[in-house]
Design a protein around this ligand. Structure first.
Ligand code: CA
Length: 229
């Protein structure tokens, strides 16, 4: 497999070097830009798999770079991790609202940085697979087109609603879904689904998952999620 390419956008050279060093040590292909304009050019020419984006940049600010990338169909699926100082919290929130995937506050530990990078890339791979055909989630392999799911190779017999619930959760392990969100994503044309019905569905799904039931977690006061690891 070709190594994944990370674009570092950072005008402070020592930080850029620290980032590049850690990424290269983990076999990432690293490219850099030290201002926003160059960053936008490099995204188009080099098609990185992930962008580490400093928010305080000369010329075009990091927030403007983020906005441009997340509103352009060609680039909006490239994950962005923002690098921020604590004093830039407002910008960081704006970035997340615009679709940035995560942020790291400076000063950062290289171990935390690498963990975030891997987590964001993993989530991206899972969602790409989901739009293709199969979803790998914990011990499960789900084939959305075939309405089939296996746990360690064994077929599970789910109802259509249980299946849709499982796909909704397993597409984004670690993400919490409220009952409302679950209702709107699994509602078929002819079904009315209530909050209570979601709870009942979860009970039924866990029963069929058997030894693997703990992968579907209750998040008290919020909803449900599929366990991340
Ligand atoms: Ca900076």
């Amino acid at each position: 497999m070709a190594s994944q390419r990370v674009l570092i956008v950072e005008d402070e050279e020592d930080i850029a070097q620290l980032l590049a060093y850690n990424l290269r040590r983990d076999a990432f292909d690293v490219i850099t830009a030290d201002n926003g304009r160059e960053a936008l050019d490099r995204v188009m020419t080099d098609q990185p798999d992930l962008i580490l984006l400093d928010l305080m940049l000369p010329e075009v600010s990091g927030i403007d770079v983020c906005r441009k990338l997340k509103t352009d169909q060609r680039t909006r699926d490239i994950p962005i991790i923002m690098l921020t100082a604590r004093s830039e919290e407002a910008d960081m929130v704006t970035g997340l609202e615009m679709g940035a995937d995560d942020y790291i506050t400076k000063p950062f530990s290289p171990r935390v940085l690498m963990a975030r990078v891997r987590a964001v890339l993993r989530r991206r791979q899972v969602s790409e697979i989901a739009t293709d055909e199969m979803i790998h989630a914990g011990p499960l392999v789900i084939y959305p087109q075939r309405f089939q799911v296996t746990a360690e190779g064994e077929d599970l017999k789910l109802t259509l609603m249980e299946f849709n619930l499982l796909v909704t959760l397993a597409k984004n392990p670690g993400r919490v879904y409220s009952r409302d969100q679950i209702v709107s994503s699994i509602r078929g044309d002819n079904y009315a689904v209530t909050d209570r019905a979601v709870d009942v569905l979860v009970v039924g799904l866990r029963k069929k998952l058997g030894a693997h039931s703990s992968w579907v977690e209750t998040v008290r006061g919020v909803g449900y999620r599929f366990r991340e690891i």
